[in-house]
Structure formats: structure tokens, C-alpha cells
Design a protein around this ligand. Structure first.
Ligand code: 5BU
Length: 296
């Protein structure tokens, strides 16, 4: 039986993105695969959350556009807290436009997300251009991106063949351009053959250096490549849902049975009477489910 790699083993893989290495090392060091979704509307409260739950988490997820009082100073303070407590920041922006537009949305505007968020996510709906656009801004800064391959909400259309296509896009996003070129320019057979050779080279290069996409938002493990991080929202101690279509699975189900790497928990912690105690119990459940999966 093939033994599964631990987070620490995966951090050392030769082709892993430096940011994924950093995350995997944080997870191992803090024994935490918990990402808290800090869905609050006041900057002060968010910073307080980051400071108090910081020691228990590997990552903090934000929706900056729900803050009523965002300032650049807030983002600086959040960055300091991320350094103080050794966690990564993930702005759940869900980019979904053409490359040129997402470039501006990522770098500019009010929030200047690329300047403070280690990780962002994107829908694959627009095609490879969305990753290309984001990567033009994020790659020089050492940032990483998660592609949304599945969603936790009821009736999500991101399933089946779509999910598979997202996984393929994570590796091949450059190569798709060459295929399109071949087809649209209706190149002859000889040309196409040469292109295909070039293409397979490109594929290998992409696989050797996954340069911006570090993983997926998904409900279960969807790629066999241990370099990719699988992150799952819709997690609570009790399976169920909310009134607006959110669906919940337990940490045990997500990490042990579904093979994901990181659990994302919002209201399971935010609405608990003692947030710190709740975060610690999610961290502990998450870590136990992971070690059970490894069988160590
Ligand atoms: P909850 O309070 O644990 O239900 O919050 C879940 C968070 O994860 C919330 O910020 C959502 O916007 C986010 N989310 C999600 O729930 N499901 C998804 O498929 C994606 C993001 Br992508």
C-alpha cells in the first residue's frame, strides 16, 4: 500500500510552489489545518479575531468588501498579525472576469488586494485568461491562487466535467492557448505535429513549476498531485446547512474521508459563545482527522 505524504513531506517536494511550502510548514508546525473565515463587518473586530485566534490557525480568510470601515492601515495591521502569529491571509475575492479586468481588480481599486493577501481565488469560468491576468500581478510578488473547482452551496453548477476541466486548467492553462491557436489558424498536419511536441514540452514545464495556482477550493481531493492544496468551505461540527443554501460537512468527513487538506470555518466559530474555545476544538478535530487519514 502506497503511503500518503504528510504535510511536511509535501512541503519538501521539488516542484511545490514556495507559498504552498510555507503553508504546509505552518500547518505542520502549528498542527493546524484550520482556516478561519473572518466574516465580520468591522475592521477592529477582524483584527481582534486575527490576534486572538492567530495561534490556532494556518490561514485567515477575509471578504474585505463586507467591511464597513476598510482602510489601508487595516491591511497593514492584518499583515503584522499574520507575521506575529505565523498564518497566511486569503482574500476570498472569487475573481471571474477577463484577464485585463482581474489584473486591475487584484492590484488596484480601493483594496489593493495583491499588496496584502498571500492567496486569492478565482472562478475558472472565463478560461485561462483569468489566471494569466492574476498571475501577471501576483507572481512577481510571490502570491498564489486557488481555483474554485467546486462550491459548498446547494445546486452549485461547479460539478462533474466542469470540476475536471478546472483541474486540467490548473496545470495546462498556458497550453490551452496553443491548442486554440492551432485550431483557429487551421494549421496543417505537419505544423500541428510540431506544435503538439512543443505543447507537451510546455505541459511538462508547467508541471515542473506550478507557478501561480497552488490548489483548489473543493469538497474533496480532486487532484492526485501532492503539490496542490485542497481547501474546503462549508464545515461545521454538525453536518447540515443554513437557510440560504450553504451545506455543511464535519472536519472528520472533509479531512479524513474526502481527503481535503484545509477546512474553512466561519459561523461554526464566529457564532460560538467562546470563539477561541471553538477555534481550538476545530483545530483539534481537524488535526486528529488528518492524522487518522495518514494512519500514523
Ligand atoms: P460559514 O459561516 O462557515 O458558512 O462561511 C463559509 C465561508 O466560506 C463564507 O465566507 C463563504 O463566502 C465562503 N465560501 C463558501 O462557503 N463556499 C464556497 O464554495 C466558497 C466560499 Br468558494
Amino acid at each position: 500500500v502506497e503511503q500518503e505524504l504528510s504535510y511536511a513531506d509535501r512541503a519538501k517536494l521539488p516542484n511545490v510552489h514556495p507559498l504552498a511550502t510555507k503553508l504546509l510548514n505552518i500547518m505542520e508546525a502549528k498542527q493546524s489545518n484550520l482556516c478561519v473565515s473572518a466574516d465580520v463587518t468591522s475592521s477592529e473586530e477582524l483584527l481582534q479575531l486575527a490576534d486572538s485566534l492567530g495561534p490556532n490557525i494556518c490561514m485567515l480568510k477575509t471578504h474585505v468588501d463586507i467591511l464597513k470601515d476598510y482602510t489601508a492601515t487595516f491591511s497593514q495591521k492584518l499583515q503584522s498579525l499574520a507575521e506575529k502569529h505565523n498564518f497566511l491571509i486569503f482574500e476570498d475575492r472569487k475573481f471571474a472576469d477577463i484577464g485585463n479586468t482581474v489584473k486591475h481588480q487584484y492590484e488596484g481599486g480601493l483594496y489593493q488586494i495583491s499588496s496584502w493577501s498571500h492567496i486569492v481565488n478565482a472562478h475558472a469560468v472565463p478560461g485561462p485568461g483569468v489566471v494569466k491576468g492574476l498571475s501577471a500581478v501576483g507572481k512577481p510578488l510571490g502570491r498564489g491562487c486557488l481555483l474554485i473547482a467546486q462550491m459548498s452551496s446547494q445546486g452549485s453548477l461547479a460539478t462533474g466535467e466542469y470540476t475536471k476541466a478546472v483541474v486540467r486548467m490548473s496545470v495546462h492553462f498556458l497550453s490551452l492557448y496553443y491548442i486554440t491557436l492551432c485550431v483557429t489558424h487551421n494549421l496543417g498536419f505537419g505544423f500541428t505535429a510540431v506544435y503538439l511536441c512543443y505543447l507537451s514540452l510546455q505541459l511538462n514545464m508547467a508541471e515542473e513549476q506550478p507557478d501561480f495556482v497552488i490548489g483548489f477550493i473543493c469538497g474533496s481531493k480532486i487532484s492526485k498531485k501532492p503539490e496542490f492544496i485542497h481547501m474546503t468551505p462549508g464545515v461545521q461540527m454538525q453536518a447540515g446547512g443554513d437557510a440560504l443554501g450553504q451545506q455543511y460537512a464535519t472536519p472528520e468527513e472533509v479531512l479524513c474521508n474526502k481527503g481535503s487538506d484545509v477546512i474553512i470555518v466561519g459561523r461554526g466559530i464566529l457564532e460560538a459563545p467562546d470563539r477561541l474555545k471553538a477555534a481550538e476544538s476545530y483545530r483539534k478535530s481537524g488535526w486528529e482527522a488528518y492524522t487518522k487519514r495518514l494512519g500514523r
